[in-house]
Design a protein around this ligand. Structure first.
Ligand code: AMP
Ligand code: ZN
Length: 664
């Protein structure tokens, strides 16, 4: 077998396994064997770059960076769908179309997938281009990102037409979405609100290797093209399936609106068992000939109709409203409900967001309210059943004073929320700040948990995070559930936190809007808390990626006398409030403005050390090659796709020792 044949055989095999895994859900080889074959192909492609193929299975991992997505005009316009909500709406629709076409009408019923629509063009069985819907006339070219989605075939099977466009929806299945959110919560980031927005946001990420990490799926429902030799919508779904596309099996061919309704009623219940979100059903006239006869209105096809499911709702009684105080002093009203089942879980509480929300809905204690669980995780109250309102009920008076410390609340202009301004005297704020300080991503104090912080504050032993460093074992032992050993662990854990690096300390002290990434940026730029604390807002906003909101908040923090005192105390205890000497000693600006991509295995330094050297000397590391890359540092076994890309963009590839020379 020639090398080319060998490469082609491997590519075909891998495509087949990919298809079995992602489309049929029934792999016939182990992940391990798959990886072996993939590596084998990678090695061959690396040795013989002349057989490069833009649609090779080795390129699924992404790596292409797109700064500005190219606008592409749709060859076939992407229309919206008309909506219907009842049997009457559907019957009206049928009456309208029966006036326009002859003969019996059959319908294909499909699920309406809730994601981001996409239009993909194939030529000679190869994926050519993928474009977002945009305004329907033109969209963004997101080909690089779409290619990383494993259920999108890069090369087709079977008997496909030479050229066509296929439309579908990019969705993020629940399981993958939940997993992504767990990961985010772990690193202290806000979870994503719903799968739909996350899916459509993913399509516009600049780094396709980031998209590759997201468990997106592509579900197809429509084919456009010339001389396709397809007669009906239902047949087109079958065909698409046979060419290797993922087309859900739920689709059904029916003969009447009554059968359409049966389909709707069935899926209104069953949709909760689907792995992804659906928000309705799409009903399409099955005959493509009839479709053509019917044509389009200004906005949507006459031959199709969406039916929207009602979001699941239940009514229940609002027992009380309580108010929570967060660590920043922000007040969140919470509805305490008579427990009720909704979409498979028992709901007892719902967020009321803020005062405006309560006023807008005129929610009162004792009311019967409708609770809905949309794409969002936390249920919300959407309306009050006024007919069940008790006669003696009075409008809800939003609290004017902090439920915890009784201080009068403030509400800044433009802020939706009320705040308790008693920064230093309000218990949940005090406890919250210390809990943040000790948390895993911050000082990561072993032996001390959030609950214990509450106990320590209640016992009057600590009032801010600096007090932690004066705690003694003897003081801690009498606390609930404490013993000799656990008290010792706690004190040791606090002691050990003195070694935590400055950038994490900066995150831990809890300046509003200063998350992990911002803390790192500020630490790197100012190098010590003393310099940072003296920076003006103008100086701060000049730092890369620091905006006005953060600048103001940093200034506000250091303008508070109490904060300066606390920081001075931390300094006295030996907490790291500047970049450590060894870190500073090795820092230069030799690589300023240079971007590096690192690939392969190295000899004198490890890959991570190499990356650190780049950053310590002012350079930037990027995970993928683009025109912005200045150098590729290549060790042994540099990836073949990176190599091909580098050669294509003519970016210098340097060795480990060349790189180290740059630093001398
Ligand atoms: P709308 O955005 O409410 O006008 O609905 C139209 C959109 O529904 C289309 O642009 C598609 O992205 C989406 N959609 C989801 N599932 C289907 C389906 N089975 N058939 C047609 N469109 C669908
Ligand atoms: Zn308060």
């Amino acid at each position: 077998m020639s090398i080319q044949q060998q490469i082609n055989t491997l590519r075909n095999e891998l495509r087949e396994h990919n298809y079995n895994y992602y489309l049929l859900d029934s792999p016939i080889i182990s992940d391990y064997d798959f990886d072996l074959k993939l590596k084998e192909l990678q090695t061959l492609e690396e040795q013989y770059p002349e057989f490069y193929d833009v649609n090779s299975p080795t390129l699924r991992v992404g790596g292409e960076i797109t700064k500005n997505f190219k606008t592409v005009v749709h060859e076939y316009r992407m229309y919206s769908l008309d909506n219907s909500y009842s049997k009457e709406d559907l019957l009206d629709w049928e009456t309208r179309i029966k006036k326009l076409v002859d003969g019996e009408i059959q319908y294909t019923c499909e699920l309406k997938y809730d994601g981001a629509s996409i239009s993909i063009t194939y030529e000679n069985g190869n994926l050519l281009r993928a474009v977002t819907r945009g305004d329907g006339m033109q969209g963004d070219d997101v080909t690089a990102n779409i290619k990383t989605i494993k259920s999108v075939p890069l090369q087709l099977k079977g008997n496909y037409p030479p050229k066509f466009v296929i439309r579908g929806e990019i969705v993020l299945p629940h399981e993958g979405f939940n997993k992504m959110n767990e990961d985010r919560i772990e690193i202290g980031e806000e979870p994503y609100r719903n799968p739909r927005n996350t899916a459509s946001g993913s399509l516009k990420l600049q780094d396709s290797s980031e998209v590759a990490k997201r468990p997106l799926e592509c579900l197809l429902y429509n084919i456009k093209g010339e001389r396709l030799l397809i007669q009906t919508q239902f047949e087109s779904l079958d065909k698409a399936r046979s060419w290797g596309f993922k087309v859900p099996k739920a689709a059904q061919l029916v003969n009447s609106i009554d059968e359409v309704l049966a389909f709707i009623n069935y899926w209104d219940v069953k949709r909760h068992d689907l792995p992804y979100e659906t928000d309705g059903v799409v009903i399409k006239v099955n005959s493509l000939f009839q479709q053509e006869e019917l044509g389009y209105t200004a906005k949507s096809p006459r031959w199709a109709m969406a039916y929207k499911f009602k979001a699941e709702q239940v009514s229940t009684k609002l027992n009380s409203i309580s108010y929570q105080v967060g660590r920043t002093g922000a007040i969140t009203p919470v509805a305490n409900l008579e427990p009720v089942e909704l979409a498979g879980t028992i709901v007892k509480r719902a967020s009321l967001h803020n005062a405006d929300q309560i006023e807008k809905l005129d929610i009162r204690v004792g009311d019967t309210v409708y609770v809905e669980k949309g794409g969002e995780i936390i249920p919300k109250i959407i309306a009050v059943d006024i007919s069940k309102r008790l006669e003696k009920s009075k409008p809800t008076q939003y609290i004017t004073h902090c439920p915890e410390c009784k201080t009068e609340l403030v509400r800044q202009e433009g802020d939706a929320k009320h705040y308790c301004p008693n920064f230093y005297g309000c218990k949940p704020q005090i406890v919250g700040r210390i809990q943040h300080y000790i948390s895993r991503k911050a000082m990561d104090i072993e032996g001390l948990g959030g609950e214990t912080v509450g106990l320590l504050v209640n016992a009057g032993l600590i009032n801010n995070y600096a007090d932690l460093y004066e705690l003694s074992k003897a003081q801690v032992i009498p606390l609930e559930r404490m013993a000799e050993k656990s008290a010792e662990n706690l004190v040791n854990g606090i002691e050990a936190s003195k070694q935590i690096h400055f950038e994490r300390v900066l995150y831990a002290i809890g300046i509003r809007f200063v998350g992990e990434t911002v803390a790192k940026k500020l630490a790197k730029h100012y190098k010590s808390i003393d310099r940072l604390s003296k920076a003006s807002i103008e100086e701060l906003v000049n730092v890369d990626e620091i905006g006005e909101k953060i600048g103001e908040s940093v200034r506000l923090f250091f303008d508070m006398e109490e904060n300066i005192t606390t920081i001075e105390r931390l300094k006295g205890f030996g907490v790291q409030l500047e970049l450590s000497a060894d870190k500073l000693a090795n820092q230069t600006e030799k690589l300023n403005n240079l971007t590096f991509v690192v690939s392969g295995v190295f000899k004198t330094v490890s890959r991570n050390e190499l990356k650190k050297l780049v950053e310590d000397n002012g350079g930037k590391i990027s995970s993928s090659i683009s025109t912005k890359t200045n150098y590729i540092v290549a060790g042994d076994k540099m990836g073949p796709s990176k190599k091909a890309k580098a050669e294509q963009l003519k970016i210098p590839i340097i060795s480990e020792s060349d790189f180290l020379q740059l630093l001398i």
